[in-house]
Ligand binder design. Structure first.
Ligand SMILES: Nc1ncnc2c1ncn2[C@@H]1O[C@H](COP(=O)(O)OP(=O)(O)O)[C@@H](O)[C@H]1O
Ligand SMILES: [Mg+2]
Length: 414
C-alpha cells in the first residue's frame, strides 16, 4: 500500500514509524514531514495550504491511503477533497471534524445524544457572557468556541478573573463565540478510538501532562509528556466510557449524514458522578500518539484503511502488554519563542523494546542534527511496569544533550 501522511510533528513521526512496520506497507510520502519521518519515507516539502495540489500528488504517486495528522487540515476540509477525488483518507470530513473545531457544536452533539458533560451556556458576545457570569453567582470555566492551539480555555477562581478571561478570549478569533461551562472536579484521561463512521475500537487509555512545570504547575504547553495505559481505568470503566461518553456522539454524527471516520479523542473527567466528556478532538494527540502507538500490535495500516472505507474489524488490533512513558524534551525559550539551531548530541537511531525517540522540532543544520522548534524530541520508554517504562524514558532523556534542553522529571511518577 502506498501512503501519503500529512503533518510534521512528533505525532507524524510516530505514525510514520508505525505505518512502515505494517505487512501491507510499500511506500510512504510525508507532507511536509520532519527529520524523523524522513527515515521511514520521503518528505515532500509542499505547503499545507492547497488540498487540490495534494490530490494531484496522490494521483501521480498512486497513493492508496492518505492519513491526516493535524487538526487544521481536517477543519479546512482536506478529507472532503480527497473523498471527492475517490482517494481513501483516514480522518474526518470538515463537517465531522466540527466536533473538535467548534466546542459549541460538540456540546450540541453531546446534548442531542445524551453524552454526560458539563452544563454549558453559549454566547455570541463577551458582553452577554459577562452579564451571565455576574448574575449567576457561580464560577464557570471560560472557553473560546474555535481552534486555539490549546490556548482557548481558562479556568478562573473568582469573578474578576472570570470577567478578565471573557474579555481576553472574547478578543481572539476563536472566541467570537464563547462558552461558560460548569466547573467539574476529577482526574482527567484521554480515550482515543479508531472509528469507521459507525464502529469504534479503543486504543490504550492515556494521561497527558499539559503544564510546563512539575506537579502540573506553570503555563500550558502543547504537551510535556504522556503515560499509557492508565491503571485506574478498568476494562469495565473503559466500556462505560465508550458506550456512554463516545458511541452516542458517533451515532449522532452518522444520523446527521456526517459520519465520523478517523480518531475520535475524548477528553474525559472522572467525576464522583461517573465519567463525563470534557471535549472531543478529531485526531491523534501529540504527544499522546507517541505513547499509544508503540503499545499497539497488529496491522495498524490495514486498520486505518478499513476505517477510511467504513469497514472496521476491531479484532485486527491487539494491545501489547506493558506501559509507555513519553517525555518531551523542549528547546530553550519554550513555551515562549523557542531558540533554534542548538546542536543535538546523543540521539542514535534507537528503536528497540525499551526506548524510541520521535522527532518533532529538529532539523539538519551545518553541524548535523539541531533544534528547530519548541518541542524538540519525544522520548518514549517502554517496560513491563510503569516504573520500568519511566526509568527507560528518563535514562535516555538524560543522555540526549543540547543547550537549553528542559523537560519535566515527573511524568509517570506515582
Ligand atoms: N468543565 C470543566 N471543568 C473543569 N475543568 C475543565 C472543564 N473544561 C475544561 N477544563 C480544563 O481545561 C482543560 C482544557 O479544556 P479542553 O476543553 O480540553 O480544551 P482544549 O484542550 O481545547 O484546550 C481541560 O483539560 C481541563 O483541565
Ligand atoms: Mg483538551
Amino acid at each position: 500500500m502506498n501512503v501519503l501522511l500529512i503533518g510534521s510533528g512528533g505525532r507524524e513521526h510516530a505514525l510514520a514509524w508505525k505505518i512502515a512496520q505494517s505487512p501491507r506497507f510499500t511506500r510512504l510520502l510525508i507532507v511536509p514531514g520532519n527529520t524523523g519521518t524522513g527515515s521511514h519515507g520521503q518528505n515532500v516539502p509542499f505547503p499545507l495550504s492547497d488540498p487540490e495540489a495534494l490530490v494531484d500528488l496522490a494521483q501521480r504517486e498512486h497513493i492508496d491511503l492518505i492519513v491526516v495528522g493535524p487538526d487544521n487540515p481536517l477543519a479546512d476540509g482536506f478529507v472532503d477533497h480527497f473523498e471527492a477525488a475517490g482517494i481513501p483518507a483516514f480522518g474526518p470530513t470538515a463537517a465531522a471534524a466540527r466536533i473538535e473545531s467548534s466546542k459549541s457544536f460538540a456540546k450540541e452533539i453531546m446534548a442531542a445524544s445524551g453524552v454526560p458533560t458539563a452544563e454549558t451556556h453559549v454566547f455570541d458576545s463577551p458582553g452577554e457572557a459577562a452579564a451571565f457570569a455576574r448574575e449567576s453567582g457561580k464560577l464557570w470555566v471560560v472557553k473560546a468556541d474555535g481552534l486555539a492551539l490549546g490556548k482557548g480555555v481558562i479556568v478562573p477562581d473568582d469573578l474578576p478573573s472570570t470577567l478578565a478571561a471573557i474579555k481576553k478570549l472574547g478578543a481572539t478569533r476563536a472566541g467570537s463565540r464563547l462558552l461558560l461551562e460548569e466547573r467539574l472536579q476529577g482526574r482527567e484521561i484521554s480515550v482515543l478510538a479508531l472509528c469507521d463512521g459507525k464502529r469504534m475500537v479503543a486504543l490504550p487509555v492515556a494521561r497527558d501532562h499539559k503544564r510546563l512545570g512539575e506537579g502540573d504547575t506553570g503555563p500550558n504547553t502543547g504537551g510535556m509528556g504522556v503515560i499509557a495505559p492508565v491503571d485506574e481505568v478498568t476494562p469495565a470503566l473503559l466500556e462505560q466510557i465508550l458506550t456512554r461518553c463516545m458511541q452516542p456522539a458517533v451515532d449522532e454524527l452518522a444520523a446527521r449524514g456526517t459520519p465520523f471516520r478517523g480518531v475520535l479523542y475524548a477528553g474525559i473527567m472522572l467525576t464522583s458522578d461517573g465519567p463525563r466528556t470534557i471535549e472531543f478532538n478529531a485526531r491523534f494527540g501529540d504527544p499522546e500518539a507517541q505513547a499509544i502507538l508503540p503499545l499497539i500490535e497488529g496491522d495498524f495500516l490495514d486498520v486505518l484503511y478499513d476505517c477510511a472505507v467504513g469497514n472496521l474489524n476491531p479484532d485486527k488490533l491487539r494491545r501489547r502488554r506493558g506501559y509507555a512513558v513519553c517525555v518531551v524534551l523542549c528547546a530553550a525559550g519554550y513555551p515562549g519563542r523557542p531558540r533554534r539551531g542548538d546542536p543535538i548530541r546523543g540521539v542514535e537511531a534507537i528503536d528497540d523494546n525499551e526506548v524510541i525517540v520521535f522527532h518533532a522540532g529538529t532539523a539538519i543544520g551545518p553541524q548535523g542534527l539541531c533544534t528547530s522548534g519548541g518541542r524538540v524530541l519525544g522520548v518514549t520508554g517502554l517496560g513491563p511496569t510503569l516504573a520500568k517504562a519511566r526509568a527507560n524514558a528518563y535514562q535516555f532523556a538524560e543522555r540526549i544533550k543540547f543547550e537549553g534542553k528542559h523537560y519535566r522529571t515527573d511524568i509517570g511518577k506515582e
